[in-house]
Ligand binder design. Structure first.
Ligand SMILES: [Fe+2]
Ligand SMILES: [Fe+2]
Length: 336
């Protein structure tokens, strides 16, 4: 990244302290996983009664639902990868590991908030007895080992466009797993997914605010960055997932998420449209020719994505449903 762009983030340190850090919640006001799972210090009978009640609640949820929830949980569990990715970004990375720079403070505290998501989902899934924890743990180990490359090229303009998009994507998918848990008879799991979704929303607001500030200070640079990320397509953070068995695991998991309506191609287009509105991209002015071309591309993209998706759906309908085995649910088959 050119030095003058690094300078932009240096000059925004005061602003970040005042306008970004308040999106964090003080630890003492945060929920913890233990608030939402059976307390192991209860007398043993009471503890097992609560676990039994948890299992009764999850009994009616279908295997498809568990595949999606497991995939979401594994995505959360690869958190070291996301912190690493943010710490590749010039001008905002944590230079010492405990840097007082507000960008670094944000990244560490964001990571610490996020860390509760995987912990909570994992414990709940463990207690449910519905999933193969050993295969799930293997998948997490493979995934963290594989990492990810979202194409952000050490550039925080690109990095914060990516995180704005991603946090909204997780807000939507956890919101949908909450709704499905409620419909499937587990209000506690619904509350868990909903609580996680509200963290994601808060994080989305912080990242979107950073991009909004960049659009104000450097409209061409920020607009070109948005177009660049959209051209590359926003890859899902867990796209390199593998369980040691299925080389197309991510595609299969995404297929189930799409079918259940937890996260779909339509959501992708919706997020793009939402961010275009949130950032006022259609009315953005004061850009060079390059910026205006980027604007034109981004603002016309959502209808094109939807059209392509309609055609893909059409093709999918004509294809015969095929069975896919998921190790996470003891190699049971689901139809895709
Ligand atoms: Fe999360
Ligand atoms: Fe998140």
């Amino acid at each position: 990244m050119p030095p003058e762009k690094v300078q932009v983030f240096k000059s925004l340190e005061g602003w970040a302290s005042q306008s970004v850090l308040p999106f964090l919640k003080p630890v003492e006001q945060c929920w913890q996983p233990q608030n939402m799972i059976p307390d192991p210090t209860l007398p043993f009978d009471e503890f097992t009664d609560r676990v039994r009640a948890l299992r009764e609640r999850t009994a009616e949820l279908p295997d498809e639902y568990f595949v999606v929830l497991v995939g979401d949980m594994i995505t959360e569990e690869a958190l070291p990868t996301y912190q690493t990715m943010i710490n590749t970004l010039d001008g905002v990375k944590d230079e010492s590991g405990a840097s007082p720079n507000p960008w670094a403070v944000w990244t560490r505290a964001w990571t610490a908030e996020e860390n509760r998501h995987g912990d909570l989902l994992k414990t709940y899934l463990y207690l449910s007895g519905r999933v193969d924890m050993l295969m799930i743990e293997k998948t997490v180990q493979y995934l963290i080992g594989a990492g990810m490359d979202p194409g952000t090229e050490n550039n925080p303009y690109l990095g914060y466009v990516y995180t704005s998009f991603q946090e909204r994507a997780t807000f939507i998918s956890h919101g949908n797993t909450a709704r499905l848990a409620k419909e499937g008879g587990d209000p506690v799991l619904a509350r868990i997914c909903g609580t996680i979704a509200s963290d994601e929303k808060r994080h989305e607001n912080a990242y979107a605010k950073i991009v909004e500030k960049l659009l104000e200070l450097d409209p061409t640079g920020a607009m070109v960055a948005i177009a660049d990320m959209m051209r590359k397509k926003i890859t899902m953070p867990a796209h390199l997932m593998y369980d040691g068995q299925d080389p197309r695991l991510f595609e299969h998991f995404s297929g189930v998420a799409q079918r259940l309506g937890v996260y779909t191609a339509d959501d992708y287009a919706d997020i793009l449209e939402f961010l275009i509105g949130r950032w006022g991209l259609e009315k953005l002015e004061g850009m060079s020719g390059e910026g205006r071309r980027a604007q034109e591309f981004v603002c016309g993209l959502a209808p094109r994505i939807r059209k392509l998706q309609e055609r893909a759906d059409e093709r999918a309908r004509k294809m015969e449903a095929h069975a896919v085995k998921f190790s996470w649910i003891f190699n049971k088959e689901l139809f895709l």
